[in-house]
Design a protein around this ligand. Structure first.
Ligand SMILES: *Cc1c(COP(=O)(O)O)cnc(C)c1O
Length: 390
């Protein structure tokens, strides 16, 4: 479909292929394999000489529609869907790295991503150095001749630090390395990393792309030479494929992505402004606030500031837990990307396994509370938080 179309239009229309029945909604092809007209066609499909469906580990029409729609949204030549966000990151690493290679990774990425690079890939002699998401000079200084991949997530979680994608793309290019951006928190509705010079965009579709907390999924988008060809071959051989059912749910999620991201960002901004004025709150971390240290960069790089914010309650852990425990509406869960607002205390949950010193150095204080704002009325969210704040 025409890449000139607006994001909202692409989310609804891109990638759809109709069967001979001319169904209006996208069809769900729950089938593991596909039938050939004759032996010669089977041989041609297996050899790759003829385009067409073979087996749902690597070819399925519903999964293909999801891939094509997400590729259009990211402005990418190609997209490959995976079983989860972590499967997308693992597939990226296994396709683009080999033993002896070096990776530079932001130290403020998703917890499982840090474990994957340091523990699992470390056992296969892929070395990773973790660097500050915001200090571009640190990335340049940490480059080695063997550096092949730069990996980041922006805004970061839970402190919403912003990495300068265009500046880090230049650092990657100067070293002959690839830049991969985990775009989970913004989605292409708010940020298109490929336009800023990134080589690969990674998604946990489990979060905002689904948007309603139903299924697991992941994806990688980028040039055909980096994604379409090598990663499809990897999926065919290694198997972390997305289920057609999940792809169908995610296709429907993409239809409302722009609408949800815009509304949830607006609600988060209103809540952040209210929290910033609240006498019980020490500090609010949200890129949409003028007080955010990288507010200008966020404005340049993103269409809106996203739905995730965090704030420090005066009085440390006891005060933070009181805010969480006095809520009746929002869900106490570490997940995010749902239309239902969620709340969590990072220091004792998502960041509970790191040492208190490392946690303090990273800015994850005992009073910090993270909220991923959903689609409830902001007045109701304020009232829910006010109970524990006052
Ligand atoms: C959740 C998440 C992941 C992992 O995705 P799964 O679908 O849970 O495997 C990766 N990156 C970020 C930023 C996430 O929030």
């Amino acid at each position: 479909m025409d890449k000139e179309l607006e994001i909202a239009t692409l989310g609804v229309r891109a990638g759809q292929v109709r069967s001979q029945f001319q169904e209006h909604a996208e069809a769900l092809y729950l089938t593991s394999s596909f039938v050939f007209d004759n032996a010669a066609q089977a041989a041609a499909r297996f050899a790759g000489g003829e385009e067409g469906m073979v087996y749902s580990r690597y070819t399925n029409p519903t999964v293909a529609m999801f891939q094509d729609r997400l590729a259009a949204l990211e402005g990418a030549e190609s997209c490959v869907a995976t079983a989860s966000g972590m499967a997308a990151i693992l597939a990226t690493a296994l396709v683009h790295l080999k033993a002896g290679d070096h990776v530079l990774c932001s130290n403020a990425v998703f917890g499982a991503t840090i474990q994957l690079f340091s523990n699992i890939l470390g056992r296969f002699c892929i070395e990773t150095t973790f660097v500050s998401p915001t200090r571009v000079d640190d990335w340049r200084a940490a480059l080695k001749p063997r550096t092949r991949l730069l990996f980041l997530e922006t805004p970061s979680n839970p402190l919403t630090e912003i990495s300068d994608i265009a500046a880090l793309a230049k650092v990657a290019k100067s070293a002959g390395a690839l830049l991969a951006v985990d775009n989970v928190f913004c989605t292409p509705a708010l940020q298109r990393p490929l336009e800023l010079g990134a080589d690969l965009v990674i998604h946990s579709a489990t979060k905002y792309i689904d948007g309603q907390g139903r299924v697991m999924g992941g994806a990688v988008a980028g040039a055909k030479s980096l994604v379409g060809e090598p990663m499809t071959a990897f999926l065919r051989t290694a198997g972390p494929a997305l289920s057609p059912f999940n792809a169908w749910v995610l296709l429907k999620g993409l239809e409302t992505l722009q609408l949800r991201m815009t509304a949830q960002s607006a609600a988060a901004l209103e809540l952040a402004r209210w929290l910033e004025r609240h006498p019980a709150v020490e500090r609010v971390h949200y890129p949409g606030l003028e007080s955010h240290p990288q507010h200008e960069l966020a404005r340049r790089q993103q269409r809106a500031a996203g739905s995730v914010l965090s704030f420090e309650v005066k009085g440390g852990r006891a005060a933070a837990w009181r805010v969480i425990d006095r809520t009746r509406l929002v869900s106490i869960t570490a997940n995010l990307g749902d239309v239902k607002t969620t709340i969590i205390h990072p220091a004792s949950t998502t960041h509970g396994r790191i040492s208190p010193e490392a946690r303090a150095a990273a800015g994850i204080t005992e009073g910090l509370v993270r909220i991923a704002v959903g689609l409830e009325a902001v007045a109701d969210l304020k009232a829910d938080l006010e109970r524990g704040l006052s």
